[in-house]
Write a protein of this length. Structure first.
Length: 126
């Protein structure tokens, strides 16, 4: 694993908000030459500090305009059951966050989901 210095952290901060920035622009923003910037970025990728690049999609534009926080009740609270639950929801494009809260021995899974608003509107009208 890399030891991250201030320049690495600045580079990562820029990339998190502007993943499509060119190497030349990135180098200028973190006060490096383009070749030094590229070497650092390649090292961060090789060391799995940077694990990929993704697009941020407007949920409204793809019809997922409603956000819901959902508390989940599991029949069993054993580690393998929770692990299977997290694996299943992790594959859903509608689930933005899956967390497991543990307080005083009580395990409470919760989700942040994006859903199509028209499904909820239809239910509210009926």
């Amino acid at each position: 694993m890399s030891v991250l210095d201030r320049t690495d952290l600045r580079l990562l901060a820029v990339l998190q908000s502007e993943g499509r920035i060119t190497n030349a622009e990135l180098a200028e923003r973190v006060n490096l030459s383009p070749s030094a910037c590229l070497r650092r970025l390649q090292r961060l990728e090789a060391d799995k500090v940077v694990t990929g690049y993704a697009a941020q999609v407007d949920p409204q534009a793809v019809g997922l305009g409603l956000q819901a926080f959902v508390r989940v009740q599991l029949v069993k609270h054993e580690a393998d059951v929770i692990e299977r639950f997290v694996e299943r929801v992790a594959g859903s494009v509608n689930i933005g966050l899956a967390i497991v809260l543990i307080a005083v021995g009580v395990i409470r899974p919760a989700l942040r989901a994006r859903i199509r608003a028209r499904h909820v509107e239809r239910r509210l009208r009926s």
